[in-house]
Design a protein around this ligand. Structure first.
Ligand code: NAG
Ligand code: NAG
Ligand code: NAG
Ligand code: NAG
Ligand code: NAG
Ligand code: NAG
Ligand code: NAG
Ligand code: NAG
Length: 912
């Protein structure tokens, strides 16, 4: 089994590498000759033909009278889909949960010689991304270029783009592009909504300049020039506009180098768009405004108003990217009227460099349950079904795959009927049919199916109609099917199968006598993959893992788990937590392939429960100096302790020599990595976020010290043991070293000093007197880390000092600015930092009795947080809370290159 599993992974990898370039761009020029590719003249990007991305469609060239030397190569050909109500492209490989830009481009160019697209009778068809409606494409002019783009999180290992024929003309497409983004970018695009681009404007480029895209923009966004109205004046710089890697939007330098300010004596800039003009399905706009200051030592200060409501009082940063962006949709209005007017204090008028406007695409439609989708895809592959079977099998609801009927639930849709009658199917009956657990109706009549009827079909409890008439099946009929049919639960037809025996009631003996199985194994590797999936599935079912790891609709996990017979009777938390066998852990962690980290205890692996939930599996390494005792200590502690700021235990494994703990997965990793800038794609934490984390971690510790019975000392508080959730909520991890301590005198004498250098309580390390105050000391060091961004041991000149001592020295000189983390570029309240510094100093007092208790620490940090929040509100006085100010420093490369595409006619903001 293990070998098969590896083989499966290997093949999957081999199959998917094709058609993608080193930047992970997917670039398809639809309609070019099959299996060809070319390098695009202006961008140097390699574009490939459609072959590996779609199964249907017909290639065309646009009419010759629409071809000119200035026409982009991408637009010379189209692929049209005359024969299916829904046709899809599967863009892959993509990485699940990674963020991408997906862009589809359309130019009709009278490719079919029918002069279809005109203003009187436009060509209309719908575009879907995965199962969700994206946009209606309204082609009312044969030469116009219609471009739609969305920022989306991939919900699976492919993204499908589907064209739906709504009866107003044959869908077609000119180009399809996918570009990966850094995950922190465009934070409003997430797993519940994508952002559909309305417009992206580069303001103030010199007259007649063209759109900017790759390589000026490494993410290949297309920035359209917006030559300013008369009321505006263009200004520009040749200096590099710096843009940090961690910036949320990363507009390219070339875009930021040009801007507009009011012309004449005016101190005001205005522009607007209307909802009606935008022609978008909903009125939920997200806007990014970009600004940069070109002049040194100026005071440019202006107010940003939306529909006469003050959004922000703003000063752009000098030669670096500044922006305002909406974190939730703008308040709905029929018109969005913006005004930037300078305040009396400003010597300079307002400035604006670029704008992006999006609307939300809600990902509300449920996809087909992954078990069903996998099964039907396996069936499609096995029989090479000649139908337009692409994208999600059941959704959108009006257009399921031809021959399929589905039921639609809120979480997922299920396949309930398949009609593959007279579909020229050959070979054996796919065992994947038996994976469609909700199927009621299965018609495979009048094909050329051979081999036996799989026993597994008898296990389908919902099956009401099974029609196998007119095939070439042999062997005996499974007793389970005959029985159901006799009981009247199943309408079962199997006439006109000359070699099918009706006598057999024993169904086990004849199986595997058919030979065609072996053929499929050899012919197509993909089929091997799919069969293996089936085999694995079957094995998993036997082991009571209901559903595959990808099946997000599995039932509650506890119900499906049988506790192995070898369970330790002394096991204290049998009923509180789930117990895993080692074999199960192997599956969950995909054979321990994905290492999250290493600790003193052992290695931590990423795993997936069968409902798709991610977990962290912490194993004991063979060489670990800590043994079963520590293991049980940690498990016992965790099982009893529940607090939102403490990492919770999902289950554990004690299987022979193998010990492991399964924790909730904290997707943002450790605080330490965040502070060191080692978390991929994360921005530097703001002071407000750091304080929030400090308060939460302190609450976790307070609970250990005061809320637990008996109270616990953690003994290894450090930034590497503070984990962050997706929303950056802090939780304390690693209770392995916790030890119950005597409640009466609040101390505990231990024989060995445990802990991490730099965080160690100096009193404890000399006296071995352990108390909650040791944790307080370590927490003080964490506070200093948050404040300074320094490691717990600081190298000063040629010797190393503890961070606490170093910070104390600096602060004693009244020198707080010098110790503050330089990554906190702006936007913190100095009083708030002083307050936190005071707490940290008292936490790290040498004498433990002078240190505060965690409860006091929590209180004081909350006060510090309140100061910071008040400062934030006065500094950024928005009447609505949906604006985040942002300023960036650091540097980025600059390049110039031009790319010409006609001005997109769909949507133009007007200035007045
Ligand atoms: C592009 O075409 C060349 C020559 O036909 C081929 O060798 C190469 O593999 C193709 N590249 C891709 C990514 O399809
Ligand atoms: C699509 O439909 C057209 C006209 O209805 C037909 O001529 C053509 O053969 C069909 N193509 C495919 C691939 O079925
Ligand atoms: C399609 O676009 C044309 C021209 O812009 C417009 O007149 C027409 O109303 C649009 N049709 C739909 C259904 O949106
Ligand atoms: C996605 O973003 C929207 C808007 O910021 C928010 O309302 C929603 O809760 C987010 N969804 C998820 C799953 O994070
Ligand atoms: C810009 O384009 C207009 C119209 O296409 C043309 O008349 C003008 O000469 C161009 N200006 C420059 C500087 O190229
Ligand atoms: C700018 O203001 C000055 C003095 O107020 C005035 O003389 C001049 O005409 C104004 N210029 C414009 C273009 O309005
Ligand atoms: C700025 O412009 C807005 C919108 O026109 C207007 O309501 C507001 O009074 C102006 N404020 C100043 C200070 O000019
Ligand atoms: C298959 O059998 C079912 C039930 O007997 C029947 O409703 C259906 O029409 C049959 N299919 C064909 C193609 O004859």
């Amino acid at each position: 089994m293990a070998l098969w599993f590896y083989l499966l992974l290997e093949i999957a990898v081999l199959v998917t590498v094709h058609g993608q370039d080193s930047r992970d761009f997917i670039s398809i020029d639809c309609g070019i000759t099959s299996n060809t590719n070319y390098t695009h003249g202006k961008t140097d990007i390699l574009y490939v033909s459609d072959d590996q991305f779609t199964d249907t469609g017909i290639n065309h060239q646009v009419a010759s009278n629409y071809v000119s030397s200035s026409l982009d190569e991408l637009l010379l050909t189209v692929r049209s889909f005359p024969n299916a109500s829904r046709s899809c492209y599967a863009l892959k490989p993509v990485i699940q949960y990674r963020k991408y830009i997906v862009r589809a481009t359309f130019m009709y160019g009278n490719y079919d010689d029918l002069n279809r697209a005109n203003a009187v009778k436009p060509l209309l068809f719908d575009l879907y991304m995965d199962v969700n409606f994206w946009q209606t494409i309204n082609v009312s002019d044969p030469t116009s270029i219609y471009e739609v783009e969305a920022v989306a999180v991939a919900l699976a290992d492919s993204v499908s783009v589907c064209l739906v024929d709504t009866g107003s003309g044959t869908p077609f497409i000119s180009a399809l592009e996918l570009r990966p983004l850094v995950d922190v970018m465009y934070p409003s695009a997430n797993t519940s909504q994508s952002l559909v681009l309305n417009y992206r404007l580069n303001i103030g480029p010199s007259t007649n300049s063209s759109a900017l895209r790759y390589p000026d923009d490494p993410y290949d966004r297309i920035w359209r020039p917006w030559t300013s109205p008369d009321a505006w004046m263009e200004i520009s710089t040749t200096e590099t506009i710096s843009n940090s890697e961690k910036d949320l939007f990363q507009p390219p330098t070339a875009v930021m180098q040009t801007a507009a300010t009011p012309s004449g004596n005016s101190s005001k800039m205005e522009f607007y768009w209307t909802f009606a003009d935008a022609q978008v399905p909903n009125n939920e706009f997200y806007v990014n405004l970009f600004f940069t200051e070109f002049e040194r030592n100026t005071s440019r200060l202006f107010n940003v108003y939306l529909n006469d409501v003050l959004m922000k009082n703003y000063t752009p940063p000098y030669e670096s990217v500044g922006y305002l962006y909406s974190t939730r949709p703008l308040d709905q209005a029929s018109e969005y009227h913006w005004a930037l007017n300078s305040t009396g204090l400003s010597t300079l008028p307002p400035i604006l460099n670029a704008i992006e406007v999006f609307t939300a695409m809600h990902l509300t439609r449920a996809a087909t349950a992954s078990g069903d989708a996998d099964a039907i895809n396996a069936i499609k592959e096995q029989y090479q079904v000649k139908r337009s079977w692409m994208g999600d099998p059941c959704a959108p609801e009006q257009y399921p795959w031809d021959g399929l009927n589905c039921s639609y639930g809120t979480d997922s849709s299920r396949i309930i009927a398949i009609n593959l009658s007279s579909s020229a199917l050959t070979g054996v009956i796919s065992s994947s049919f038996a994976k469609l657990t909700e199927i009621k109706y299965l018609d495979l009549s009048y094909n050329d199916l051979t081999g036996p009827i799989p026993d597994a079909l008898g296990t389908l409890s919902s099956l009401q109609v099974l029609n196998l008439t007119g095939n070439n099946l042999n062997g005996s009929i499974p007793a389970s099917l005959l029985k159901k049919s006799q009981q009247g639960a199943l309408t079962f037809s199997y006439e006109a199968n000359p070699n099918l025996g009706t006598d057999g009631t024993s169904n086990g003996s004849k199986k595997k006598s058919g030979t065609p199985m072996t053929v499929t194994y050899i012919v197509v590797p993909v089929v091997v993959v799919l069969l293996l999936v089936v085999i694995i599935f079957v094995v998993w079912r036997v082991r009571k893992f209901r559903g595959s790891t990808q099946d997000i609709h599995a039932r509650p996990m506890i119900d499906n788990f049988s506790i192995p017979a070898t369970v330790n009777p002394e096991n204290p938390f049998q009923h509180e937590n789930r117990q895993f066998s080692y074999k199960e852990l192997e599956k969950i962690t995909r054979k321990f392939t994905n290492v999250l980290g290493k600790g003193g205890f052992g290695t931590v692996f990423l795993g997936y429960l069968e409902d798709g939930t991610r977990v962290a599996v912490k194993t004991r390494s063979e060489s670990s100096s800590q043994g079963t005792k520590e293991f049980l200590a940690e498990a016992q502690n965790l099982a009893k302790i529940h607090h939102r700021n403490l990492v919770s235990l999902v289950g554990y494994c004690m299987d022979g020599e193998h010990l492991a703990l399964v924790y909730e997965f904290m997707s943002q990793g450790t605080l330490q990595d965040h502070l060191r800038g080692k978390t991929p794609g994360a921005t530097a934490l703001t002071w407000g976020q750091r304080l929030q984390i400090a308060v939460e971690a302190a609450q976790g510790l307070e609970y250990l010290h005061k809320g637990c019975k008996p109270p616990l000392v953690h003994r290894d508080v450090k930034s590497a043991n503070i984990l962050l959730s997706e929303s950056l909520e802090a939780k304390i991890a690693d209770f392995g070293l916790s030890r119950a301590f005597d409640n009466a005198n609040h101390t505990h004498v231990s024989t060995a000093v445990v802990g991490t250098p730099g965080y160690l309580d100096p009193e404890y390390s000399s006296s071995y007197q352990l108390s909650a105050k040791s944790d307080v000391y370590s927490f003080g060091v964490v506070l200093f880390e948050l404040m300074t961004g320094q490691p717990p041991i600081v190298a000063t000149g040629n010797h190393a000092t503890g961070l606490a001592q170093w910070a104390r020295q600096q602060l004693n000189n009244g020198n707080i600015e010098d110790v503050i983390d330089p990554k906190l570029t702006r936007g913190y309240d100095i009083n708030s930092v002083w307050k936190a510094a005071d707490v940290a100093l008292r936490c790290t007092e040498h004498e433990s009795r002078r240190r505060p208790a965690m409860a006091d620490v929590v209180m004081e940090l909350k006060e510090s947080f309140a100061l910071e929040s008040a400062y934030y509100r006065s500094e950024f006085p928005s009447t609505t809370s949906n604006w985040n100010p942002h300023t960036q420093t650091a540097s980025e490369r600059s390049q110039t290159s031009a790319f010409e595409v006609e001005q997109f006619p769909r949507f133009t903001p007007s200035a007045r």
